[in-house]
Structures are given as C-alpha cells and as structure tokens.
Design a protein around this ligand. Structure first.
Ligand SMILES: *Cc1c(COP(=O)(O)O)cnc(C)c1O
Length: 378
C-alpha cells in the first residue's frame, strides 16, 4: 500500500474556482443567492441550449424532490422509477409519501426498458392508478433510449423526469442529456463529472417552472414584507460560495468529458485482449456517453467470483474499483415494491465493476491499472 491511492472518480479542479469564491468573499455574497449562483445558472443554460432554464440547488436528490413536487405528486401516488440507479433517484418518491414502482433495464444502455415502462403504465391505468411521474436515468453517462421513453410518456400524458446526474456532457441523437422530458436534474456531488463539492440543478423548459422551483427551494415565501407562507417549501437553494466552484468547473467541462472518454479508450485497448471481459460501450453512434464511469462486465455471468476477486486484487494495489449500483427493487428498504422486468439489472449488477475513471488520472496511474489488470488475468 505504499503507492498513492487511485480513486474511482475524484474532484478535479480547473484553476479558476477559487477566483470566483474570492470574489464572493470580497463582496460579502456569502448567501444562498448571489452573482455566482446566477452566473453558474447562465453558464449551464448556454451549455445545454434548447432554451433551457436552470435553477441551482443544494443536491441532485433535492432537485428530484422539487421535480416531483412540481409534477404534482402527492401522498398515495405511484411513480415509476428505473431500478438500476443510485438511491438519489428514488428516495424523494418516498419523501412525497408516494410509492415507487421499479422498472428494469435493457441490455444495450443498462437504462429503463421502454417495453416494461409501457407495461407498468398500462397495468396502473387498468388498476385505476395511473402513475403520476416517470424517473429515467442515464447510468454512468450512457444515454437511455430516451426518445422511446419520451414518446411513451407523451402518449399516456405522464410527467417525465430525466435524471441526468451522471450524464452532463452526454448526448442522444446530438441532443444534450439534461434537455429531455418535462424536467431534468443534474448533480454536482464530489464524484460527478464536474463538482461544486455538493450541489445539483433542476433544468426546466420555461421560465415559470424555474421560478416555481426557486420559490419552492427557498421555503415557499409569498410576496409580503413579513414571512408569509401558504404552502410548505424547502430549503434547497445553492450557496453562492459553492456556485463559484461551479463557474470554474464549467470552464473545464468539455475538457473533462474528453479526458473521461480517453480513459474509456484506454480500457477498450486494455480489455480487447482479455477474453472474459466486455467493456460497457455505446450501442451505436446515436449514443454519445461522457463515460463518467467506465464499467466492465463478465461475458459469462456464471463466474461472478472473478469480478469480486478482481476488485479485491486491485484494492491490494491501492486501486479503487466498485460494484455497479445495486438495483433499488432488491434494496432492503424497498422490499416488496412492485417491479416490472425480467431480471436484466440484477444480472448486470452481479457481473459488473466500475473502474477508476477520473478526468485527473495520470499516465503512470493508468500504467499501474494496466499492470494490475494484466497480472490478475494472466
Ligand atoms: C449522484 C446522483 C444523484 C443525485 O445525487 P446528489 O448526491 O444528491 O447530488 C441522483 N441520481 C443519480 C443517478 C446519481 O448518480
């Protein structure tokens, strides 16, 4: 353990982050509003294009919570959520007193299987309980089959939340992730493609929804000189200090995407000679992944121990790797939840592993990874 640790995905500063923070200090903008928040929102709006409107908040999870509130989800409602995801996608459903119904993945993108989504919607309608919203995710930066998912949500008139927490910089058919559905969310947690240490954003299609999101995120204050409230709100607005980090990070976003994609090319080469392993890759040229995390799976799923032993082997060389997200419908907290699918997400979970993917990986770190992987498989 003498060599320094190689992380899965660690923060990577561009250089100007501190400058924006110093400006905030110099002008005493130490608040959950200010020029950095506005500036970061504008940067994201022009990056995403498509007439996007962005409200920055304190986390991606908080952004999903707000999106569900804006979708009109209330206690007792059902919300359809991709099962193969991080819990930040699904926990806010429970905050609303609503019930998650989990949808399996398809094998190509590992994301929501449109077929099972439609099956769940039809069942819900037949049972007199039409789902109130759908949460689709672009896992590890890989775009979901989002046009099919969007078409199904339109057909049944159901609110679509696009969880693009891992997919800033990805695109599908040349349209950026973060611009699909009714509302999209982003995350700037420490491990994401750009970070504000912690933070998130809600991306909407019109100014009214952005204003509503900001209203809800600042305790739902009515217009009055005193504090007046006619509904329950949240304290979710982003701080002007961390928004300064975000502004600096926007300057290097394209570079970070390019570097993560270079890591993926490195893994392509490395695993092309290793019989047992398949690298998770874009199904065709419609899909452009930021390759936030590069992931591998075993070609045969009957020898899972190979993958767990690889993780432990890399750990011995001080190289971090991590199993894929454990599907939500098999998490203890969600036991007994409704689920539509054929077991694909569990299958992938059992045979997969995420590898170091930071935009700050060095050549010598990549060499250490290459040597360790080759040693393991020789
Ligand atoms: C990171 C992430 C979120 C939100 O996470 P926060 O840590 O709350 O910003 C939501 N969904 C997915 C898929 C994520 O990876």
């Amino acid at each position: 353990m003498s060599k320094s640790k190689i992380w899965l995905s660690s923060p990577h500063m561009g250089g100007n982050e501190q400058k924006y923070i110093e400006e905030a200090f110099a002008k005493n903008w130490i608040a959950p509003l200010g020029p950095n928040v506005t500036g970061f929102e504008q940067d994201l709006e022009s990056y995403l294009g498509e007439d996007s409107h962005v409200a920055c908040v304190s986390s991606g999870t908080g952004a999903i919570h707000l999106a569900l509130d804006i979708a009109g989800v209330t206690a007792g409602d059902e919300v359809l959520c991709q099962t193969f995801t991080f819990c930040g996608s699904s926990h806010p459903i429970t905050y609303m007193g609503a019930t998650p119904v989990f949808i399996d993945s398809e094998e190509e993108t590992w994301n929501m299987f449109p077929k099972y989504l439609e099956e769940a919607i039809k069942d819900g309608i037949a049972n007199g309980k039409k789902p109130k919203a759908v949460i689709a995710v672009h896992l590890y930066g890989m775009p979901a089959k989002i046009d099919e998912i969007e078409a199904i949500c339109k057909k049944y008139n159901i609110f679509l939340i696009e969880d693009a927490a891992e997919a800033l910089g990805s695109s599908y058919k040349n349209r950026k992730c973060g611009t699909f559905g009714d509302i999209s969310i982003l995350s700037f947690n420490g491990n994401k493609i750009i970070t504000t240490s912690g933070g998130g954003a809600l991306v909407c299609r019109d100014k009214e929804t952005k204003d509503k999101a900001i209203f809800l995120a600042t305790q739902a204050r009515d217009e009055a000189p005193h504090y007046q409230h006619s509904r329950i709100g949240y304290n979710y607005r982003m701080s002007n200090i961390v928004a300064g980090i975000g502004r600096g990070q926007m300057e290097v976003l394209d570079k970070h995407v390019a570097l993560r994609r270079e890591n993926n090319v490195f893994y392509q080469k490395l695993f092309s000679t290793i019989e047992e392993i398949q690298l998770f890759s874009e199904p065709d040229s419609n899909f452009y992944s930021n390759h936030w995390l590069s992931a591998i799976t075993l070609k045969k799923s009957d020898n899972q121990q190979i993958i767990e032993n690889l993780r432990l082997f890399l750990h011995k060389f001080n190289i971090e790797s991590r199993p894929l997200w454990k599907p939500m419908h098999v998490q203890p907290v969600y036991y007994g939840s409704k689920f539509y699918g054929n077991g694909t997400a569990i299958e992938i979970f059992k045979k997969g592993l995420c590898l170091p993917s930071g935009s700050n990986l060095t050549d010598s770190e990549r060499d250490r990874i290459k040597n360790a992987v080759r040693m393991y498989f020789s």
